[in-house]
Design a binder for this molecule. Structure first.
Ligand code: AMP
Length: 392
């Protein structure tokens, strides 16, 4: 479904490798948790320092730097990532993401376009309790001045700040704003706001993004303390939060605008914007909200063969080849046990083959949801079911 949403907007699929040179990720930024604490990296037999990918944006930028496609380059991806984390509900060491990246265009309409695509994805899943929070980190200069101001502010708080936040302050003052610790909250509330540092260009870009979201009637909340984990973000950043999830793991997905990454990976200076959505958390939200993206496969038939199983093997193969969904009982179990399985399978009909049917060359077709059973010649069973399932 995700591919359907984004392909209609001109995004092509990019499959990036599970393994990359470690350097591809360390260039994301040395001060991010993803790089410092969460990477699965190792030295291979050729003494190369390799990492299992913790995210896919860096690989997309690496591919862009290597192949130089025409711009704007609009791609989407889907696949597993790996992060060394303490596993808990909504946080795993292997998890799946879908996402998009657009490289080579600075237009605020693209920021709006990608947010709208993620919004449509959640809406098509049937999720109703998703909220969108947005912020702008300004231009790199604005952000640097802001980081200096934050460093000064939090340094003045001294030992009153939690020990963890003091350690974070050393590495990345922005991330102190992420602290959920009670003791840090008054200092975070008092901290300078990024909007005080916006240059004219950054303020205009952000205003255009907000106007674009309003025009599409996508509801959002501006959250000045949203910083997101990765160092390379500039200007627009955003996050989708699931209303039913615990607050520590409620980010369903997020993204933003970045630059410098393609350049760091050997390409020309190139603006980029993208997002990644976590699938496990999305599924948790679907569970919580009682919506399921995928209908269970509806079986057309369940074959109950009490003559040894050869008939079941032949009939299921024939039905599947005819485009029908068919399953069967195994281990030559009793009629009663196999009928129970047929019932549980949700199949439209049970096809029963006993000794008499085997001898006569027939099959009993028993509707599982009401209706009379009929006896059909074995040779006509696919044709009978095809007509029958067409009628449904
Ligand atoms: P990030 O790449 O950190 O911006 O993460 C984007 C999304 O991926 C998050 O909002 C989560 O939904 C998901 N995600 C990130 N890390 C994990 C993890 N360890 N386990 C499960 N989902 C994750």
């Amino acid at each position: 479904m995700f591919a359907d949403v984004v392909e209609r907007a001109g995004y092509g699929q990019l499959i990036t490798p599970l393994l990359e040179d470690l350097g591809v990720f360390t260039r994301i930024g040395d001060a991010t948790d993803v790089v410092t604490k969460e990477m699965y990296d190792f030295v291979d037999k050729g003494e190369r320092h390799i990492a299992l990918r913790p995210e896919m944006t860096a690989s997309v930028c690496r591919a862009f730097a290597e192949h130089r496609p025409t711009t704007p380059w609009k791609v989407f991806y889907s696949g597993s990532n790996f992060r060394y984390e303490k596993p808990q509900r909504g946080r795993y060491r292997q998890f799946d993401q879908v996402g998009v990246e657009v490289l080579g265009a600075d237009d605020p309409n693209l920021d709006v376009e990608i947010v709208a695509l993620a919004w449509e994805f959640y809406a098509r899943l049937g999720l109703q309790q998703v909220s969108l929070i947005v912020n702008s980190l300004g231009e790199p200069d604005d952000r640097n001045r802001y980081v200096d101001a934050l460093r000064e502010h939090f340094t003045e708080c001294g030992d009153a700040l939690s020990e963890q936040s003091r350690a974070t302050l050393e590495r990345n003052p922005l991330r102190v704003l992420d602290s959920k610790r009670e003791i840090d909250q008054p200092f975070i509330a008092d901290a300078p706001q990024i909007s005080e540092f916006y240059s004219e260009g950054a303020a205009e870009h952000f205003a255009a993004v907000l106007a674009g979201l309003e025009a599409l009637e996508i509801p959002f909340v501006i959250e000045p303390k949203l910083v997101r984990g990765l160092d390379y973000y500039r200007r627009t950043i955003f996050e989708f939060q699931g209303g039913t999830l615990d607050s520590a793991q409620n980010a369903l997905g997020g993204g933003g605008r970045y630059d410098g990454l393609v350049e760091a990976l050997g390409g020309p200076p190139t603006p980029g914007v993208g997002f990644a959505l976590g699938l496990e958390r999305t599924l948790l939200a679907c569970d919580d909200e009682g919506v399921f993206a995928a209908e269970p496969v509806a079986l057309d038939a369940f074959v109950v063969d009490v003559t040894g199983g050869l008939q079941a093997a032949a009939i299921t193969a024939e039905l599947r080849a005819a485009g029908l969904a068919a399953d069967r009982g195994y281990d030559n179990r009793s009629m009663k046990a196999q009928m129970k399985l047929a019932n549980r399978s949700g199949a439209a009909v049970a096809l029963i083959v006993g000794d008499d049917e085997l001898a006569n060359g027939t099959v009993i077709v028993k509707p599982m949801h009401g209706g009379e059973q009929v006896v059909v010649p074995r040779s006509e069973i696919s044709a009978h079911l095809t007509t029958h399932s067409d009628q449904n």
